[in-house]
Design a protein around this ligand. Sequence first.
Ligand SMILES: *[C@@H]1O[C@H](CO)[C@@H](O)[C@H](O)[C@H]1NC(C)=O
Ligand SMILES: *[C@@H]1O[C@H](CO)[C@@H](O)[C@H](O)[C@H]1NC(C)=O
Ligand SMILES: *[C@@H]1O[C@H](CO)[C@@H](O)[C@H](O)[C@H]1NC(C)=O
Ligand SMILES: *[C@@H]1O[C@H](CO)[C@@H](O)[C@H](O)[C@H]1NC(C)=O
Ligand SMILES: *[C@@H]1O[C@H](CO)[C@@H](O)[C@H](O)[C@H]1NC(C)=O
Ligand SMILES: *[C@@H]1O[C@H](CO)[C@@H](O)[C@H](O)[C@H]1NC(C)=O
Length: 438
Amino acid sequence: MDLISGPACFPLMLVLIITMFNLSDCYDPLDPTGNISVTYDIVRWTEAGYQARITIQNYYKYRHIEKPGWQLGWTWAANEVIWSMSGAFATQQGNCSAFRSEIPHCCKRSPIIVDFAPEAPPENKLDGCCHGGLLAASAINPSSSFASFEMKVGNLRGNFTVHKPLNLTLMTPGPGYTCDEFMDTDPTTSLVIEGQRHEQVIRTWKSTCTYSTFLANNLPTCCISLSTFYNPEVTPCNLCSCGCKLADNEAKLCIGQRSSGPYVRELIQCTDHMCPLRVHWHIKKNYMNYWRVKLTVSNYNLGKNYSNWNLVVQHPGFSQQTTVFSFNSTMLSTVGVPDEVALFWGLDFYNDALLQAEEKQVGSVTTEILLLKDMNSFTLRNGWAFPRRIYFNGENCRMPLPQSFPMLPNGCSREKPCNSYLSMLLLSIYLTYKTLNF
Ligand SMILES: *[C@@H]1O[C@H](CO)[C@@H](O)[C@H](O)[C@H]1NC(C)=O
Ligand SMILES: *[C@@H]1O[C@H](CO)[C@@H](O)[C@H](O)[C@H]1NC(C)=O
Ligand SMILES: *[C@@H]1O[C@H](CO)[C@@H](O)[C@H](O)[C@H]1NC(C)=O
Ligand SMILES: *[C@@H]1O[C@H](CO)[C@@H](O)[C@H](O)[C@H]1NC(C)=O
Ligand SMILES: *[C@@H]1O[C@H](CO)[C@@H](O)[C@H](O)[C@H]1NC(C)=O
Ligand SMILES: *[C@@H]1O[C@H](CO)[C@@H](O)[C@H](O)[C@H]1NC(C)=O
């Protein structure tokens, strides 16, 4: 095995530094077309108006909506009311005093719709509904990545002129998603009579909602630490990756500055990185034809379980045959990304929940991964064996600086930097960018 140091760290460092930058907030190169689409089908006319079916489809490959779930809102263009609903409900009825004989389900000008829990009474149910607002990531569980509900809309003032609902909002329930206006599209069709006949709805409007970390007001939630069998030093998460501990704070518990909603402050274990989550990548063994990695995710939150967690790892080694022992996994197809990208999530009833931390212990899930070597590219030099990028639940994890990566014995180490001037230059570029970005 070749343990002699290579001459050039810079190209790789540069690549690493560039990939660490979250260049654009909305655009994710690993899931460029990710979105949540909202389809508004007018299914049929009724005595008092029309019946509509609304479908929320999560096309994000590895971003899901967790408890307490989605909330969909809009503003009616012309004083419409919702006579009845199935598969979901409006949180407020509003002022229905103008209606005498029959009372509508919701008279608000801007209704907010939420999902039923799975235990909902059967008369409120609809096929494929009632997941308590959860929308699974589409690459993990496509059959639970959508929700739909139906409603009877009335008060159209008799002449059946329909207006698109305005100002669609998708809350989770915090902010983060922006939806564009409803647009006319081809009517949704469905197959009936064993697929021999297409039926179509009267009219279909569609809107696309996209996520932005900036809008969600999320500070970084996750950081990466690294270690190897060939160097006893562990590269910890960057100091203050997600916030800074108070200088004189000796307490074991801290209030995380970051939050899942704008007003939620979470109790986490105090660490130098102050991240609620840490991903550790340990290069454990180097065999003749394989190499072995131990991947661990730790939860420092004292009051938060991650029930359907997922992890995205970008690493060139995944182009080879890979055996994952204790996580479920799939490869993501990516265009224009130089490395292979793997998506991991927990095994049902085993480690699908990343449990909260206790006062003295973190919650964690872990797996070992065996990767076949591609003899042409495999190397332990220059940090090749470390991941290029990791996301937890779709949020980018902060990578340590390449200068602090574990070095091979007599490699370009901190004592003998490969080129300290260039390293300093890159470091200063990185710091400048970091300051601008956060
Ligand atoms: C939303 O995602 C779907 C599925 O990936 C894609 O076909 C569609 O083009 C996307 N829409 C937008 C506006 O990006
Ligand atoms: C409810 O709406 C009616 C008219 O539709 C109006 O006269 C009444 O003032 C409203 N009540 C409240 C409390 O807003
Ligand atoms: C239908 O009603 C709306 C609202 O009262 C009115 O603006 C529109 O002109 C009507 N359309 C027809 C075809 O009567
Ligand atoms: C929709 O949102 C825009 C921008 O926030 C606002 O100006 C407009 O009044 C809203 N329309 C309705 C019908 O609420
Ligand atoms: C997290 O899960 C554990 C074990 O299932 C449970 O005891 C705990 O109450 C959960 N915590 C929260 C905040 O739901
Ligand atoms: C792996 O994930 C798939 C898709 O969610 C699921 O159908 C399968 O049961 C999972 N396997 C295990 C062992 O959990």
